[in-house]
Design a protein. Structure first.
Length: 273
């Protein structure tokens, strides 16, 4: 897998977007969640599909090696980065998938450029932030200002489902905390968390025309399932699937996550053939 840098104008000026591009075949664009990276969120999906899809996965501002002026972010900024990466890769139409904040951004992309989206996969996304989420994302920022490790520990007990947590030993928990700490930059995570508080993409949803699958975790405490049900109800013809997991499906059950994405993309490819 290789990364390339794509320069994309956003509201705060230029952004240098680190973008993963690999594989060949029909295009699949992957959008990661808050504080994550393409390989962090999508590693098993990339491994499963890179031999038959051209995969493009931008690293959004606030994550990884992507840089910008450091000001407040907007959903439109992240939409611009996704489309900038797609254009730099020379793609016309593409399948699109997003996790968490990435699902919200992917839905906004699909509403902004519906003619380019072949299918849309949304996991753990939301259309508009409610008070429960505001309180939570504000707490995230406060914890990040105090102690990054403390934030990662709190995230473990909210991002994973009860069954997963019940099966963990102390050693497992500590390994997961260490992996979480290595995944994100505290300042970048705080910037994306602040954006999470201001999400409202409701107007974009009516413009989505692509076949859409909205996936929810029945035990999701970060973006509870009613948000995904509302997304599915607001997108014409969208399917809804609820899985027995928490918010962090890419980390909690990576094989199930990869299989769910892969089966959906394969189904859409077959339908278009």
């Amino acid at each position: 897998m290789s990364y390339t840098t794509v320069h994309v104008p956003i509201s705060g000026g230029d952004s240098a977007v680190d973008c993963l591009i690999t594989g060949s075949g029909p295009a699949l664009v992957l959008v990661h969640g808050t504080g994550a990276t393409p390989e962090g969120n999508w590693g098993p999906v990339i491994d499963a599909l890179k031999d038959r899809c051209t995969i493009v996965a931008p690293t959004l501002s606030g994550s990884g090696a992507t840089t910008d002026a450091g000001g407040p972010l907007t959903v439109d900024d992240l939409v611009a980065q996704v489309l900038g990466a797609v254009d730099a890769a020379g793609l016309d139409t593409f399948h699109l998938a997003g996790h968490s904040l990435g699902a919200t951004v992917a839905a906004a992309v699909a509403g902004a450029r519906p003619e380019r989206i072949r299918s849309l996969f949304l996991h753990a996304g939301w259309a508009v932030t409610d008070p429960w989420q505001e309180f939570q994302f504000d707490l995230w920022q406060r914890l990040l200002r105090v102690d990054k490790d403390l934030f990662s520990r709190a995230l473990q007990v909210t991002a994973f489902g009860a069954k997963t947590l019940a099966g963990r030993r102390t050693e497992d928990f500590e390994e997961s905390v260490a992996a979480c700490n290595a995944l994100f930059d505290a300042d970048g995570m705080a910037r994306q968390s602040e954006l999470n508080i201001r999400v409202d993409i409701t107007e974009a949803l009516a413009r989505i025309t692509a076949p859409t699958l909205v996936v929810s975790g029945s035990q999701d405490l970060i973006v509870p399932p009613h948000h995904q049900r509302e997304l599915a109800a607001s997108i014409a013809g969208a399917e809804f699937l609820e899985l027995d997991c928490g918010h962090a499906l890419p980390f909690e059950l990576p094989e199930l996550f990869a299989r769910t994405v892969t089966e959906f993309v394969d189904r859409q490819q077959a339908a278009a053939a």
